[in-house]
Write a protein that binds this ligand. Structure first.
Ligand code: TUI
Length: 344
């Protein structure tokens, strides 16, 4: 049986990488079960291929530093914040950990240009990007030696960005929270793994070791989680926001903004209900954008009725508030326990 698999197996480059990755996991296990090494851990110099999502106003220095300390890659989200705020968070994180911490740039931010200056001045080692195409900034970032990992939700954008020199991509499915695309993680990740040479990190719908193992089998070499880390003890979001995530079940999220070109996945609440009603009534995009302005910040401060409580479908899988180290430990141990029994 094994001989026939060896004789007749014709690997594509991504399935070959999946096989060698799985062999690596098995080797890691035999060495005492401490490692999950992939090209992503190599690229970033981290222990586990787990990246924390760049959640605007939520991913602050405390959360990012805790994730990096625990062996993943913590990310400070610049969101719509001004440059001075981003600089202060970078410096705060550096007091909390000596490990690398990255910054997520939200490309629709009105403060983008000043934030770009800050990340260069502060010599941030890794940038992730969201809500747009970072292509025009790549030459400057590469010249500065920054590792660049854009979030993509289509194969064509990923291929363009690979040609432009990005170090890896985060493929984000529409299960994710916040600003989303149209493809699911299950379908997007294997296509990216087949079509790209750079490593693929899976995001959207992943909240535990089962999701992590599944993503690896689809060809990812790392995962990015937002919603699960939102419920970390170190996350500074208002307790009422965390409570809403913990209470979420299947069908607790809806997508607002499909008619404005900025679809955003949120937990159902009176704000989301009213937004959807305004959309159904044909309200013009500019008015809807105005209606939505400042709503995420309001939710982060605790107004979970009139704020935009962004969260992914994986909220239904999040059951408790725990320290980041515990979250990462359970992701790694569940993932490691599942992968060797996958039949590969
Ligand atoms: O960026 C996210 N999630 C976000 S950003 C955010 S702040 C915001 N608030 C209100 C409205 C809009 C944004 C909240 N959540 N995830 C990564 C992500 N990137 N999702 C989708 C994209 C994306 C979209 C278009 C990436 C590239 C892209 O390119 C368009 C093009 O030019 O090809």
């Amino acid at each position: 049986m094994i001989l026939s698999i060896i004789l007749f197996y014709k690997p594509t480059s991504s399935s070959w990488r999946t096989l060698t990755f799985l062999a690596g996991v098995v080797l890691g296990l035999s060495k005492g079960g401490r490692t999950i090494k992939t090209r992503v851990t190599e690229l970033l110099g981290i222990e586990y291929p787990i990246i924390q999502g760049g959640m605007a106003w939520i991913a602050t220095a405390e959360l990012a530093a805790a994730v990096s300390e625990a062996g993943g890659l913590g990310i400070i989200a610049a969101g719509n914040a001004p440059g001075d705020w981003v600089r202060a968070e970078i410096r705060k994180a550096r007091e909390l950990t000596t490990k690398p911490v990255g910054v997520n740039l939200m490309l629709l931010s009105p403060h983008l240009e000043e934030v770009l200056k800050v990340v260069l001045e502060e010599k941030v080692p890794v940038l992730t990007t969201g809500a747009g195409n970072p292509g025009k900034y790549l030459p400057v970032w590469k010249e500065a030696g920054i590792k660049v990992i854009p979030v993509v939700n289509s194969v064509s954008l990923a291929q363009r960005l690979e040609r432009a020199g990005v170090d890896a991509v985060i493929g984000e499915g529409m299960e994710a929270g916040g600003h989303i695309g149209t493809e699911t993680t299950m379908v997007l990740i294997p296509q990216l793994a087949d079509k790209l040479e750079v490593p693929v990190i899976a995001a959207g719908g992943i909240a535990d070791g089962r999701g992590m193992a599944a993503a690896m089998i689809l060809g990812a070499e790392g995962v990015q989680l937002g919603t699960r880390f939102l419920c970390a003890e170190e996350c500074q979001v208002a307790p009422a926001y965390k409570e809403m995530v913990l209470k979420a079940k299947d069908r607790s999220t809806v997508v607002t903004g499909s008619s404005t070109g900025h679809p955003v996945r949120v937990l159902k609440n009176p704000f989301a209900q009213q937004f959807l009603e305004l959309e159904a009534a044909g309200t013009p995009p500019e008015e809807l954008d105005k209606f939505g302005t400042g709503r995420l910040a309001a939710a982060v401060r605790g107004d979970v009725k009139e704020g935009s409580v962004m969260a992914g479908q994986s909220a239904a899988l999040v059951e408790r508030i725990e320290p980041v180290a515990k979250i990462i430990e359970s992701l790694v141990s569940e993932c490691r326990a599942l992968l060797p029994s996958s039949g590969f």
